[in-house]
Ligand binder design. Sequence first.
Ligand SMILES: [Zn+2]
Length: 236
Amino acid sequence: NNIVLEQNSPIVNTGDKLVLFDTGMGSAQGFGPATGRQQKSLKEAGIKPEDVDAVVFSHGHIDHIGGVVDANDKVLFPNAQYYIAESDFDYWTNYDKAGPQLKAFVDQARKNLLPVRDRLVFYKDDQEILPGIHALSAPGHTVGHTIFVISSGGKSFAYTADLTHHPILLMEKPRMEFAYDTDPKQAANSRVKMLDMLAANKIPVLAYHYPWPGVGHIAKTAEGFHYVPEPMQMTL
Ligand SMILES: [Zn+2]
């Protein structure tokens, strides 16, 4: 009951392209009534959905692909190209692969991804998918789960998606296994490898499910890692 599971979607303006990462739950109610606010948040930020050039999915889970279409199946980012790993697209749009217990996930993936099937780009590990945006495969949470390092002017930050779902659990003890991982052992290996890299290079992170805004730094500890949230600046 004490676990906060926010959904923080970074949006990056490369100067040329407006790039949104993940789309939340959309109209699905599986995470409770407080979700599905992405369209409203974009509006409040002065961003028009039709101006979004690229929607990049970290993976095909329900809480990341849910906001492509509205409740009436209207595509909400009409001018965007969509990016995902092919393995994740295949897995989450296929009832046979995901299995009956995850039917709701496949329902949502099909509802949201099939309408933009002809605008999907399948990215590869270590590919610069857009200027300054590198995809780094971090499988285990799902077969094609991917994180992204965004670089500009000599600075970088990483969008870590679902590499860890909680700033203490799965950070302090990164070998802990998470029930919704497709392959929990592989997920733990990816987690340790990527957190090691991010800590060693002092790359700030934005984590999808951390308490808002999910921005901070990672330090290595004897047993795992420690998350240091960036203090909020309420006055700019
Ligand atoms: Zn998630």
